[in-house]
Design a protein. Structure first.
Length: 177
């Protein structure tokens, strides 16, 4: 059988894969020496790859299996993450507020009655139902009557100075069933 008659080998079966070009087209760069960059190991590609059959995992045993041990497992010894001391705590009663600065209200061009629905429509907050806190960064020129769950002292002073007012939103009480 002549060489021309042979079927060309596929990319995954023994034929050398083309190397990715590392050149950026800059002539002043020094070329990378031959052997400095290598292709990653191709395990599990049959005996011809040199890493076939057991795919570099040796033979038998726990570590040769596909998903044998959990992350951090130390052979029955107490794992490091359990040996180290624990610090701090998570406060389950903490309230997370969505901040709204006065400068954001001015940029959005808001004036008059401002509700959480309007703030949501202008993308100043993510959720209407979550807590909202008004902060005093920036200045307000227009008279604004804004409904929020909390505010800073400076924010309230600046809004009242501009002729507006800050209204605290009433919390909805959840009924026990």
């Amino acid at each position: 059988m002549a060489k021309e008659e042979r079927i060309e080998q596929g990319r995954g079966f023994g034929k050398k894969r083309p190397k990715k070009s590392t050149s950026l087209g800059n002539k002043n760069l020094v070329p990378v020496p031959k052997g400095a960059t290598t292709s990653p190991k191709r395990v599990g590609q049959g005996p011809g790859s040199g890493m076939g059959k057991t795919s570099t995992r040796g033979s038998k045993g726990q570590r040769a299996r596909a998903s044998s041990m959990k992350r951090g497992f130390e052979g029955g010894q107490m794992p490091l993450h359990k040996r180290l001391p624990k610090r701090g705590f998570t406060n389950i009663f903490s309230e997370v507020f969505q901040p709204v600065n006065l400068i954001a209200l001015a940029k959005a061009g808001l004036s008059g009655e401002v509700t959480p629905a309007i703030l949501k429509a202008k993308n100043l907050i993510k959720s209407e139902s979550a807590l909202i806190k008004l902060l005093g960064t920036g200045e307000v020129t227009a008279s604004i009557s804004i409904t929020v769950d909390g505010f800073s002292k400076s924010a309230k002073e600046k809004i009242e100075k501009a002729g507006g007012k800050v209204i605290i939103r009433e919390k909805k009480k959840e009924e026990k069933k």
